[in-house]
Ligand binder design. Structure first.
Ligand code: XMP
Length: 522
């Protein structure tokens, strides 16, 4: 195991991602983690970058015990400065903030094989990515320079006795082309970690862990949505405890066309998951009557969902009493690693812990304990896991879909007739995107229905109907996004089909706004 201590850099997740790619298990914890409270036995530690300067009054610092564990430590950017700060080096603001590409000159030391390990296989000048305002102007005693740039004389240093490495640049980003080799040298060669962590070993370990937590009679309930995260989590649960896992699909009346039937087929029939479909669409649509504010819609749907789900879970609990199983004690959630990190990451002088729930508030009233089998994984790892668990390719690659469904894609009041229009348009849109082979290139696509009417002419008749707005974005993290540059002929086909096939629509527009300043949903 490698332990990554996170000081809040925007690149911290990437370090974890890289280490996993080498087949080495790693965990990322806030930088303020007390070492004697750790229940890990790391073979190496990586200190991330940070938006802070080490001399800031509220700058985060590691538990100095980190340096007494006797395992190698690699400090990246702020991590390097943190090591120097602890060992008496001197750090100063750069005259020019160094941001972007730089050439690192690697310095090898004869007869010091350990000092040369980090840059094994590399020599001369290599391209690296810098992003810092401070840098070392004196290395602490006992440290050797193993790399420098034109403006950073101490861009890479080592203390051989204490196994401490520090580098000013970011090896975890792709802009440092040999960064992977450097991180791999640290993990595999310096720390001597075995590179045998695989998705199959993850499945075995996770199934074992679930069985141990739930026990031979325990029961678990969880909501599924038809998205990849909840499906993979549910399938893993099914593998671990069979029918003692109860999946619930709540039809909230604002799902996509034929969604319930599709999910039922894929999860229930195909994956054999014990699935209960609850049609609560009338209740949801009733409560949405007259509501136009998107935040209000979100609240109504969120609260109604909790109410329906809790009552279903209570029913299942009663129904299974006679089976001899125990009460339902656990709630399954498909929380992913980035959600967990977002919740525990370093924010301010102490680590703030807020638990993240996909469906906020569920455990509070239900007194259920959470089980989150995907909490260690990134999205692409979840997809890989899904494939190994024989989940349908189409489902594994599905675009994300918001909890409040198409209610937030209908601008203005949500009525059954508006729902029908947007469903039909969205269905055509996605179908054509798939036919054009563009579905996986696009991160998220959907149709929205605008609350305006426009004039048109069909046959010889004047029409006065609604407008469908198409949205398609490319993004890696959904925090920023670009609109997708569709080939014109595809747009043309989509527009023709929607106007011809969907009653109530006489115009289609394409949204060419990026995020920010727009958002992905309307
Ligand atoms: P925005 O619109 O904020 O969307 O750029 C970013 C991502 O979040 C999804 N989204 C939601 N998901 N409940 C959800 O479960 C919501 O209320 C919600 N609003 C936005 C959106 O689909 C996109 O993937």
């Amino acid at each position: 195991t490698i332990l990554i201590l996170d000081f809040g850099s925007q690149y911290s997740h990437l370090i974890a991602r890289r280490v996993r790619e080498f087949g080495v298990y790693c965990e990322m914890l806030p930088c303020t983690q007390k070492i004697n409270e750790l229940n890990l036995n790391p073979k190496g530690i990586i200190l991330s970058g940070s938006p802070y300067s080490v001399y800031d009054k509220d700058a985060p610092h590691v538990d100095p015990m980190v340096f007494n564990l006797g395992v190698p430590v690699l400090g990246i950017c702020y991590g390097l400065q943190e090591i120097s700060w602890n060992f008496g080096g001197s750090i100063a603001p750069c005259n020019h903030r160094e941001y972007g590409h730089a050439m690192l000159n690697i310095i090898k030391h004869q007869n010091h094989p350990f000092a040369n390990k980090l840059f094994d296989g590399l020599e001369g000048d290599i391209q690296v990515w810098m992003s810092h305002g401070d840098q070392l102007d004196r290395a602490p005693d006992g440290f050797k320079v193993i790399g420098c740039t034109q403006t950073s004389p101490f861009a890479a240093i080592i203390n051989e006795e204490k196994y401490l490495f520090g580098i000013q640049f970011h090896p975890e980003v792709t802009h440092t082309p040999r960064g992977k080799d450097i991180l791999k040298n640290f993990v595999a060669s310096v720390c001597e970690c075995q590179t045998n962590w695989t998705m199959e070993s993850f499945i075995d370990k996770e199934i074992g862990r679930i069985r141990q937590i739930v026990g031979p009679n325990g029961q678990v309930v969880g909501a599924v949505s038809g998205g990849v995260d909840s499906t993979v989590a549910a399938k893993l649960m099914k593998e671990a405890i069979g029918d003692r896992f109860h999946a619930v699909l709540v039809d909230n009346g604002v799902m996509r066309l034929n969604e319930c039937q599709t999910v039922k087929k894929l999860l229930g029939d195909h994956l054999g998951i014990n699935l209960k479909v609850v049609d609560a669409s009338d209740k949801f649509l009733d409560r949405l009557k007259g509501v136009t504010d998107p935040e209000k819609k979100r609240k109504i749907i969120g609260n109604t969902f909790i109410e329906v789900f809790e009552s279903e879970a209570a029913k299942i609990d009663l129904e299974t009493k006679e089976s001899g199983h125990g009460n339902i004690e656990y709630l399954l959630q498909g929380t992913l690693y980035p959600d967990v990190i977002e919740s525990i990451s370093f924010k301010g002088p102490s680590a703030t812990i807020k638990t993240h729930h996909n469906v906020g508030g569920l455990t509070k009233n239900m007194k259920l304990k959470l089980i989150e089998p995907l909490r260690e994984l990134f999205k692409d790892e979840v997809r890989e896991l899904g494939k190994i668990l024989s989940i349908d390719e189409d489902l594994v690659w599905r675009h994300p879909f918001p909890g409040p469904g198409i209610a937030i894609r209908i601008l203005g009041e949500v009525t059954p007739s508006q729902v029908a229009i947007v469903r039909a348009a969205d269905h055509i849109y996605i179908e054509e995107i798939k036919k054009a082979g563009l579905y996986r290139k696009i991160s998220q696509a959907y149709a929205a229905l605008l609350p305006v009417k426009a004039v048109g002419v069909m046959g010889d008749k004047r029409t006065y109907e609604q407008v469908i707005a198409l949205r398609a974005v490319e993004t890696t993290d959904f925090m920023t996004a670009d609109w997708f540059p569709f080939p014109y002929d595809v747009l043309k086909r989509i527009s023709n089909r929607i106007i011809n096939e969907v009653k109530g629509v006489n115009r289609v527009v394409y949204d060419v706004s990026s995020k920010p300043p727009a958002t992905i949903e309307w």
